[in-house]
Unconditional design. Structure first.
Lengths: 81, 172
């Protein structure tokens, strides 16, 4: 853990807090052996989360493109009236 | 998308929220109507190639919208949005959820709160939607579920498609 924290300009306890958040989200896993805690990146989980967010983004982008078209159509109708 | 219309999408898993901001080239009343009237929602809410079909809509506090997103093959994904607070034409708060055809919410799956705000942006309207889950654990459940249901694969194809159609010249 201290090795992992080294490049960051923060105290170890603060660093541990950040790691705990990442653990809670399932993006990293950690295991303790004696005094050594080892962290591993859960690549599968990280990829799943990234993919889901990309899908959510795509959903909103497409939905709103549809709305652009609808708004254009509705305003066109208004102008004709 | 028209290239000069603002579109921001921020996913923040630690704080269990997704924030979507999008500008529309129309006045606030019209954009509001498109979000709150069934005959208009049916024309845009589902992402392509899906279509929207409303089964029930009562846009008032305590009311709900029950709708399906249909694949071209006819597979239906049922959802509902329960309206909690409504301030025409500034915004509304609602609770989303997956349900069945009869409108019964699947309580095994997390429900997210939608905070949708409409603001003037010159001649345009800015819509800000914050989708807030109860916890990072609930976001994880939504991710796990998203991998299982058929909607994910449909959207994955869509994501690919969007990368190709976002080019401005394709829009003309």
């Amino acid at each position: 853990m201290s090795e992992l924290a080294e490049p960051f300009d923060m105290a170890l306890p603060s660093f541990m807090k950040h790691v705990r958040v990442l653990e809670d989200t399932g993006l990293i896993l950690s295991s303790k052996s004696g005094r050594i805690r080892t962290c591993t990146l859960d690549r599968q989980n990280l990829a799943a989360a990234e993919r889901w967010f990309a899908e959510q983004r795509a959903l909103w982008a497409s939905r709103y493109d549809n709305l652009d078209n609808l708004l254009e159509k509705l305003q066109g109708q208004d102008n004709e009236n | 998308m028209k290239t000069d219309l603002q579109f921001d999408f921020v996913a923040d898993k630690q704080n269990s929220r997704i924030t979507v901001k999008r500008e529309f080239a129309a006045g606030r009343q019209l954009v509001w109507d498109c979000h709150t009237k069934r005959e208009l929602l049916d024309q845009w809410f589902a992402p392509k190639p899906l279509t929207t079909r409303t089964k029930h809509m009562e846009f008032k506090e305590g009311g709900y919208w029950h709708y399906a997103m249909l694949t071209p093959e006819g597979q239906a994904f049922w959802s509902r949005l329960d309206y909690q607070t409504i301030n025409p034409i500034d915004g509304y708060l609602a609770l989303d959820g997956f349900c069945d055809e009869t409108g019964v919410v699947n309580t095994d799956l997390p429900r997210a709160r939608w905070d949708v705000a409409f603001t003037d942006a010159g001649e345009r309207t800015l819509v800000t939607t914050v989708v807030l889950y109860n916890s990072p654990d609930d976001v994880q459940k939504a991710i796990d579920m998203g991998l299982k249901d058929g909607l994910a694969s449909t959207l994955e194809r869509l994501d690919e498609l969007l990368r190709t159609i976002d080019l401005p010249q394709e829009r003309a």
